[in-house]
Design a protein around this ligand. Structure first.
Ligand SMILES: [Zn+2]
Length: 315
């Protein structure tokens, strides 16, 4: 398959947010981060099917130029079609990329801070009662590493049995274009969601979670003054609620670990045990352990900060 240079360049510019490294899918479906320059030739290999790449969702300035909503099953997929239909009714184009069970809905935008891209996406999901779906970018800003990634479309999905290519479809279920090459040409110059519309939505919805937790206390909450301050802190707020202000946890309380370059949702919170844990070896524990690691503070500093944040003033 010959791919015209202008299609290749346009396609690359549509999806790729950084060029200093790239994720390549392995046979088991996982991605390996290649610490090398991403070239047009590599994207061409992807489109030809010899390798399979992912696309990072944020650039190094924490901006996104696309939003990808991820449906895991048929029910969620019908939900995403509802969003696509709503945009179509407003004369705006979004792109449906079904996979075996669910699929991706892609929205292309003028570059937006990751935080705003996510606010916009979460608003759309909430409008359609789809709050549990995953949003890419997964991070408002990158604390460490390169952040979340999505399989670059129109390549071969290595883990599918047999490995195969998923193409874009219309709302009626037809192919977006009859040939892969024509689909590539469309995605090389996709239609964007109107910037005015994005602005109007963002202006109308509240800011997302603050960077710092501002917990509220129920009147009458008992803080046992016989306990050491560290224990009072642990009793003041659940690990789920505290950590959830920093990490986007899904329905099963899993998320991307903020302490390493995570693509596998290695981070989890146990509500029963009231602790957090990273399966990739970043440790785990209480609110205090989390805060120490996040802010690079020692135990004493962390307890002092958290007492100020979480405990009612003593008087
Ligand atoms: Zn970790």
């Amino acid at each position: 398959m010959e791919i015209d240079r202008d299609i290749l360049v346009g396609y690359t510019k549509t999806f790729i947010n950084r060029y200093n490294c790239y994720p390549q899918q392995q046979a088991d479906g996982h991605y390996f981060k290649a610490p090398r320059q991403l070239t047009f030739e590599l994207v061409e290999e992807h489109l030809k099917g010899t390798i399979t790449l992912g696309a990072y969702a944020l650039n190094d300035q924490n901006y996104a130029k696309w939003i990808c909503l991820d449906a895991d099953d048929a029910i969620e997929w019908y939900g995403l079609m509802g969003i696509a239909r709503q945009f179509a009714e407003q004369q705006m184009t979004t792109y449906l990329e079904p996979s075996r069970r669910g699929g991706h809905l892609w929205l292309f935008v003028d570059p937006l801070p990751g935080k705003d891209a996510r606010r916009f996406a979460k608003y759309l999901l909430a409008q359609h009662k789809l709050e549990g779906l995953e949003v890419y970018p997964k991070q408002d800003v990158l604390r460490t590493g390169v952040g979340s990634l999505v399989r670059l479309p129109l390549g071969i999905h290595r883990k599918a049995v047999p490995p195969r290519r998923f193409t874009f479809k219309t709302l009626d279920g037809d192919d977006l274009a009859p040939t892969i090459r024509e689909q590539m040409a469309i995605l090389a110059h996709p239609q964007k969601v109107s910037a005015d519309y994005v602005r109007s939505v963002l202006a109308a919805i509240p800011e997302s979670k603050q960077v710092f937790p501002t917990p509220t206390f129920k009147p009458g909450q008992v803080i046992d003054l016989d306990q050491p301050v560290s224990e009072r802190i642990k009793g003041a707020m659940s690990v789920r609620d505290f950590v959830g202000q920093y990490v986007d946890l899904d329905r099963s309380n899993r998320g991307l670990c903020p302490f390493h370059d995570d693509h596998r949702q290695s981070f989890s919170v146990s509500e029963d045990g009231n602790y957090w844990h990273c399966f990739a070896g970043c440790g785990g524990g209480s609110i205090i352990d989390f805060y120490m690691k996040l802010e690079a503070k020692d135990f004493k500093q962390a307890v002092s900060d958290l007492a100020r944040l979480l405990l009612p003033p003593l008087f």
